[in-house]
Structures are given as structure tokens and as C-alpha cells.
Unconditional design. Structure first.
Length: 268
């Protein structure tokens, strides 16, 4: 009974330390603003275009975009949004039938599928926002898949807005150099730098501040965790994982101690 009372706070702390998309992303106000402005300028104003978002794992790329899509849900209601995680695709060329399926087009393969998509994306209809997470999984021989995707917003009468997210900072320079020769140029770039110690500390404090009562992790412990993680990777998910694991260790220790405590009222 005593452990159930004490254990509730540990459950709450572990819950807020999960890497879910929060209401507000600490330290990413600038990047969130750029993403929101890009979507408004291109999707709402019906201007096709592309954006390449780069940054190491855990720097908030997917979380920021997910937050912006949630916040702008009503504004984007008149357009079609397709989100694909390229890690889940069997091969780079699988992106085309996957996109066709989401757009409700007949199943096709190879060039036929690409022609069908091009016809659909240059015909009449609402703007299509295509988000490709883990974009570097689409690198292929000759980079024909990436070139095809990034050239679609440049087609006459295109209604595609493409947002690609990947870890590599130089993917567009390395793999899409030919796009620079096009009048519309290469995709717009947005880089997410690693989180600093101060930013990681604020992220952890904000998460833990959602739990009432005495803090389970004190300020010195949070700063120690933030300093270590920022020195290695600046990965916010890693910082959250470390703190969650620390809480699990304490929870197990408390469970063992509580079982040996005498119960109140002289109960055996």
C-alpha cells in the first residue's frame, strides 16, 4: 500500500520523460517559426517548393515538424498532407507506389507509377504537402529517386510542397548538385544544431515540472546529465532516456526498501 502511494509519482515522472511531442519545444523557437512560415508561404499561398531539414538524431527535426503540423491543422485542412518514413520502405523506388497509395491513385510500378504521379501533381486540385522523414534512405545509384522528387515542385503547374528530413548536412550538395542549375534552384535548407547543455537542462526541467510534489531528480542531477549528453551528441532523446532509466533504478530501490518497512498502526 505504501509503495503504491510512493510509486505513483515515479510512474508520472517516467511518463513525462517519454520522447513524445510536447506542447512547446524548448530551444527550437527559431526553427519552429521557420517551418511554420515555410508551410504558410508555400501550401497556403499555393506556391510549390521544397525544404531540406538536416540535423543529427535527437535534435528535434521530426518533433518540431510534427508540432507545427498539429498547430496548423486547421490552416492546412484545404490541402492534402502525406507523411512517409523512408526507413519503413523496402527500397528507394518504393516511395513512389507508397505515395500513389496515399493519394488514392491506381497501383502501378516503375515509370508508369512516376508518370501517373506527375500527371496527378500537375493537374487541378488542392496543394499536396509531402513530408519524407529519414530522407537519406532514398539515396540510390545516380540519385534518380531524389532528383525525381525534388524536381516535381519545379514542374509547370506543380502543386507539390516537399519537406525532407535527414541527418546529413551535405545531402543536397553531395547528391543533388544538379538541382542548382534549375532556375528555381536547390531546396531551401534548415539545419538543427545539437542541443546545448542549457537547452537540455530546460527541456528536462520543463518535463519534470509537469509532475506535482517534491522533485524526483534534483537540479544538480539534471545539469550533470545535460552536460554529459551535450558533450557527446546534444541528443534530447538520449537525455530523456538517461533520466527515465535513473528513475527506474530509484523506483526499484524504493520498492525493496518499502517492502521491509513496518506498516502504520502496528499491522504486521
Amino acid at each position: 500500500r505504501l509503495f503504491r502511494q510512493e510509486g505513483t509519482c515515479y510512474q508520472q515522472v517516467k511518463q513525462v520523460l517519454h520522447a513524445a511531442v510536447p506542447e512547446r519545444l524548448q530551444g527550437r523557437e527559431r526553427e519552429t517559426g521557420i517551418l511554420r512560415q515555410f508551410l504558410r508561404e508555400h501550401v497556403l499561398e499555393r506556391r510549390p517548393g521544397s525544404l531540406y531539414v538536416s540535423g543529427a538524431p535527437g535534435t528535434g527535426k521530426t518533433a518540431c515538424l510534427s508540432r507545427v503540423l498539429l498547430d496548423c491543422k486547421d490552416e492546412l485542412a484545404g490541402s492534402r498532407t502525406v507523411v512517409l518514413n523512408c526507413m519503413a520502405l523496402g527500397s528507394p523506388h518504393s516511395v513512389f507506389p507508397a505515395l500513389a497509395q496515399h493519394l488514392g491513385l491506381p497501383v502501378a510500378t516503375g515509370r508508369e507509377c512516376i508518370r501517373s504521379l506527375e500527371k496527378h501533381l500537375t493537374g487541378r486540385g488542392p496543394m499536396v504537402l509531402l513530408v519524407l522523414d529519414e530522407l537519406d534512405q532514398l539515396e540510390s545509384k545516380g540519385q534518380d529517386v531524389l532528383y525525381t522528387l525534388f524536381e516535381w515542385p519545379q514542374l509547370p503547374s506543380s502543386r507539390l510542397v516537399l519537406v525532407g528530413l535527414a541527418n546529413a548536412l551535405d545531402l543536397t550538395d553531395r547528391s543533388l548538385a544538379r538541382l542548382g542549375a534549375h532556375p528555381a534552384g536547390s531546396p531551401r535548407l534548415l539545419h538543427f544544431p545539437p542541443y546545448t547543455k542549457e537547452q537540455l537542462t530546460r527541456i528536462l526541467q520543463e518535463r519534470l515540472g509537469q509532475v506535482a510534489g517534491d522533485p524526483v531528480l534534483d537540479s544538480a542531477a539534471l545539469q550533470f546529465c545535460a552536460r554529459k549528453v551535450s558533450a557527446v551528441s546534444g541528443d534530447a532523446r538520449k537525455a530523456l532516456d538517461v533520466c527515465r532509466r535513473a528513475v527506474e533504478v530509484v523506483e526499484l530501490e524504493v520498492r525493496g526498501q518499502t517492502l521491509l518497512k513496518p506498516l502504520p498502526g502496528g499491522e504486521s
